[in-house]
Design a binder for this molecule. Structure first.
Ligand code: AQP
Length: 354
């Protein structure tokens, strides 16, 4: 059995201020994976118009995500950093995947249900088709590994379903064009054009929760800015947000078991653990029995220490838009060369004339 060449792909939407959840759940993993992998990191601007069509400063938002990638330690020369709309093959493959995916699959996506809310009839068609574009983002590079937060798990399962259906429906043409790879899916040998993507969700903070409600995910689109720590927040703002973070009246427990049923406490301890590369148990061995009035200032110090160099570097990069634009343009050209090859092969497999 041969296998696909490992390739890491992930993306972040330019839909607002990047927050600690995006950093701990995704970007920090992107950085760590660079050492041993070929990586492509994308600012997924086509996704950003699915929930809200008009954005005040989309170009600025795109640049700020690219700046966050680079300020966090992503190397755009060794790897590829670009914005999705610069490579039209993402949308081209997404159209094909719209014809592979079934409406029933899309209707089951919980993120669509959450984002469309009660007025589903009025949601854009793009919001419904979002996971199909996400599958295309990854598979147009035949990406194999996708570091994401926990909220994207269902979308990646759908990407596997799309890849599998394409591989099976076109199996004869894949063989005839000599473009496939033999893989095992479970115990079953499959001659595949597209790999079965592996989600990389594990990590110290797969789901960082809102500072205002420990049962809700920290999110860019939460109307309350107090709910999240933004990567561009200064030390004073971080301190204010952590001081105001919702908690309960109890002292911290000495063991992780004691966090059960205390979502806000669990979230703050989880953030501390992730930021300091320690386990929750280890953090509680230090802070167990102490009140939030002691723990919160320690968390402020830690968050400011970790985030302030990133914030400073982001600000510096954002002042030089020509430099960021050049990085994105260069990344876009390198990504396009790879994506064009895939689309030529996919067209041949399907039977289009070009
Ligand atoms: N709270 C979170 N905890 C851990 N990981 C998270 N991610 C997002 N929120 C958390 C991960 O960050 C990456 C980029 O996310 P995205 O911008 O593409 O979209 P999203 O998941 O929809 O993020 P937001 O912040 O909630 O944005 P809006 O409000 O625009 O929808 C992904 O890997 C995601 O898992």
């Amino acid at each position: 059995m041969t296998a696909f060449k490992p390739l890491v792909f992930s993306g972040v939407q330019p839909t607002g201020n990047l927050h600690l959840g995006n950093y701990l759940g995704a970007i920090r993993k992107f950085v760590a994976l660079q050492a041993d992998n070929d990586c492509i990191y994308c600012v997924v601007d086509l996704h950003s118009i699915t929930a809200q069509l008009v954005h005040e400063d989309l170009k600025g938002q795109i640049r700020s995500i690219a700046a966050a990638f680079i300020a966090s330690g992503i190397d755009p020369e060794k790897h590829i950093v670009f914005n999705q709309s610069a490579v039209p093959q993402h949308a081209e493959l997404a159209w094909i995947f719209n014809c592979v995916a079934r409406i029933g699959w899309m209707n089951r996506m919980t993120q669509f249900k959450d984002k469309a809310g009660k007025d589903r009839e009025n949601a854009s068609l793009g919001l419904l088709a979002y996971p199909s574009l996400m599958a295309a983002d990854i598979l147009v590079y035949r990406g194999t590994h996708v570091p994401v937060g926990d909220d994207q798990k269902q979308h990646l399962e759908l990407a596997r379903d799309i890849a599998m259906k394409f591989n099976l429906d076109f199996r004869d043409n894949i063989r005839a064009t000599g473009t496939g790879v033999d893989i095992l899916v479970g115990d079953e040998p499959v001659h595949a054009y597209f790999p079965m993507v592996e989600p990389m969700i594990e990590g110290p903070a797969p789901r960082v929760m809102s500072l205002r409600d420990g049962t809700k995910k920290m999110s860019k689109s939460d109307p309350s800015d107090l709910s999240r720590i933004n990567l561009m927040d200064d030390a004073e703002t971080i301190s204010k947000k952590i001081r105001k973070a919702k908690t309960d009246p109890e002292a911290l427990p000495s063991e992780a078991e004691g966090l059960k049923g205390r979502p806000e406490a669990e979230n703050l301890v989880g953030i501390y653990a992730a930021l300091s590369d320690r386990s929750k148990a280890d953090v509680l061995s230090e802070f167990g029995g102490q009140q939030f009035s002691t723990f919160k200032p320690a968390l402020v110090d830690l968050a400011v220490t970790v985030l302030s160099p990133i914030t400073a570097e982001m600000r510096r990069l954002m002042d030089d838009t020509a430099h960021i634009d050049a990085i994105l343009r260069n990344g876009g050209e390198r990504a396009r060369a790879r994506a064009e090859k895939t689309m030529a092969e996919v067209s041949d497999i399907i039977g289009f004339l070009r």
